[in-house]
Design a protein around this ligand. Structure first.
Ligand code: M6R
Length: 607
């Protein structure tokens, strides 16, 4: 997962390459680098770590040139280091790469036997040597690149520049995303529209197998058969300004605070303002006779799917399976004839979810995607798409994307229940009213920020933290634990509260904070019993509940946070916000890199 950018410019390329890389840093920040053509020769600067380190290297030793390529890395092969940083280059060609070359060992052995000397531990460097092999045989750059690309196995997006060819950038896409940007006397390549936003709004997305030759005047795209192909050029929305931090210390905090607004924006697409009823666009299947729904996702998006399963089952009586993308794709899933698959993904690019969606399509399922990026691969490949309107999510820890996914899924569950005749008009109206109220209630939850900041101290200093919940509170517990571990590095686990007695209760002692997610719903008494079991063993509970729950059990807890009383249907959306804030403040206390935690990247486009 790495971000790549390429420019044939009319002015010095480096400032634009750096700006583009900053916008791609969410894809990885283990190292960064740039190569340009300076009087026809390849020159490069690279640095381990974030773009600021590359900027410092460029300040110390500036790089000229109007044609260049850049890269920000999430390490797959070879540790994060300057030697392993892209671009990989020799005197003839420089290459940046996002993805994995699966046959790099065989290629490397063959090339080494021919006398090619390798300088890095990466899979990418074989591309440099492979292209060089064909350049040395007298092929022109585009021919040599095409020949080399044909020998690569795996998933990749590539950009290359060639010594002595200042008006040429070659790109290729197989699996990983790549977009071409059309400027005025300038041409661009980038991993996504966000990277290209300050450069141009005229973008076309390459299809799998495409190879593109950029010159100053335009792009020639060839498809996987080598035939010249036309890809539609779209005007993208101006997203240049949407990614500032505003007055917030971190993107994550800004994105947590945006939730009332973006949940409202998302609802505006799916609720008819006149009737206040759910109104969805045409779907690629009919809920009325759908035999089974298969949901596919990873990470936080998987937690959204787990919550939605409760909704589809209880409201629409619809059989549902939920799978993690990386597991589904290597099982032999037995899917229902006439069934549908629903992929859930903020980025719409997650390699495992995308592969799972493709497998579901091969298995004759109607496919749909819930994504936050309208131009993403999943949005383009699925038979139908529902968009979350979260706006760009920059913090690696997903927050507003999750609650807007839940918002869309809640609307979908209501629509499914209506179509299947499993709710009457009165209940449907109550469900729609409950979801419509979420933005206002979410704003009330944010009022507890300073209380949660106080409680975060105990969490930040803990050696282990547990989150417990039942029903839809269980995936909220999983999400709370994931948020905490990914940004604080404090070991944390989420459990179904009823499972504690089957083993995890052995963990309990007075030093482990236990966050209990317990809206006053049909399962409250059960959760209450499990909470008493951990308190009886010395556990210190931070109790997230509403007024009725706190009246019943608040005295037993070490601390309480009183959330608004809402229809239990929407409780998981609201109870997610305090676990996000707890994780955020604990991370700030621990001094970790909140927006770019170690070892992670925002968009996981490798398997
Ligand atoms: O873009 P996606 O929603 O497909 O991403 C899936 C996961 O990689 C993502 O949710 C990840 O778990 C987040 N870092 C969690 O905060």
């Amino acid at each position: 997962m790495c971000g790549i950018i390429g420019i044939i410019g009319a002015a010095p390329a480096v400032p634009k390459l750096v700006e583009g890389l900053k916008r791609l840093e969410y894809r990885g920040y283990d190292s960064a680098g740039i190569a340009t053509l300076v009087t026809g020769r390849i020159e490069r600067r690279r640095a381990e770590g974030k773009i600021v380190n590359l900027q410092a290297a460029l300040d110390a030793d500036p790089l000229r040139g109007i044609t260049g390529i850049g890269h920000t890395r999430w390490a797959t092969h070879g540790r994060p280091s300057e030697a392993n940083a892209h671009p990989h280059a020799n005197s003839m060609v420089a290459v940046v790469h996002n993805g994995i070359i699966e046959n790099f060992q065989e290629l490397k052995r063959a090339l080494a036997a021919e006398g090619h000397a390798f300088e890095s531990d990466t899979d990418t460097e074989v591309i440099v040597h492979l292209v060089t092999r064909y350049l040395n045989r007298g092929m022109a750059p585009s021919q040599a690149a095409a020949r080399a690309i044909a020998e690569l196995e795996g998933a990749f997006a590539l950009a290359m520049i060639f010594a002595g060819h200042p008006e040429l950038v070659i790109g290729a896409r197989r699996g990983s995303p790549l977009a071409v940007g059309y400027g005025d006397g300038e041409m661009f390549l980038g991993s996504d529209a966000l990277a290209l936003a300050p450069l141009t709004q005229r973008i076309c997305y390459l299809e799998d197998g495409d190879v593109v030759e950029l010159t100053r005047d335009g792009a020639t795209i060839r498809d996987k058969f080598g035939a010249v192909a036309a890809r539609p050029i779209r005007e993208t929305a101006a997203i240049g300004d949407a990614i500032g931090k505003g007055n917030f210390a971190h993107y994550m905090l800004k994105e947590i605070y945006e939730q009332p607004t973006v949940i409202g924006d998302t609802l505006a697409s799916f609720i008819n303002p006149a009737t206040r009823a759910v109104a969805l666009p045409d779907l690629p299947f009919d809920f009325a006779d759908l035999p089974r729904l298969q949901m596919l996702a990873c990470g936080t998006s998987w937690h959204a799917a787990l919550i939605a399963r409760y909704w589809f089952e209880s409201l629409a009586h619809l059989p549902v399976d939920v799978d993690i993308g990386s597991e589904f794709r290597y099982r032999a899933p037995q899917l229902a004839k006439g069934g549908a698959a629903l992929a859930i993904s903020q980025s719409g690019e997650t390699a495992d979810t995308l592969a799972a969606l493709r497998l579901a399509r091969e298995l004759d399922q109607a496919t749909m995607a819930i994504v936050n990026v309208a131009e993403s691969t999943m949005a383009r490949e699925a038979d139908g798409t529902l968009l979350t309107h979260a706006g760009p999510e920059v913090g690696v820890a997903s927050t507003k994307a999750f609650t807007t996914q839940l918002t869309v899924l809640a609307c979908l569950a209501i629509a499914a229940a209506r179509a299947r005749g499993t709710v009457d008009g009165e209940r449907e109206a109550a469900l729609s009213a409950a979801i419509t109220e979420v933005p206002a209630r979410a704003a009330e939850v944010l009022d507890h920020d300073s209380r949660l900041k106080g409680l975060a101290q105990e969490v930040a200093n803990a050696r282990h933290v547990l989150f417990l919940g039942r029903g839809t509170g269980y995936p909220v517990a999983l999400e709370g634990a994931l948020k905490l571990k990914e940004i604080t590095y404090v070991p944390a686990e989420g459990f179904a509260a009823g499972e504690m007695k089957h083993g995890p209760i052995a963990l309990i002692d007075e030093d482990i904070p236990i966050i209990v997610v317990a809206p006053y719903d049909a399962l409250f008494d059960k959760t209450a019993s499990n909470m008493q079991e951990v308190i009886a063993r010395g556990g210190r509970v931070i109790f997230l509940s509403d007024a009725k729950g706190i009246e019943r059990l608040g005295d037993l807890a070490a601390a309480t946070v009183e959330l608004p009383a809402v229809d239990p249907f929407v409780a998981p959306i609201l109870y997610t916000i305090p676990v996000q804030l707890l994780a955020y403040h604990a991370a700030v206390i621990r001094g970790t890199d909140v927006d770019q935690p170690r070892n992670l990247a925002k968009s996981v486009t490798v398997e």
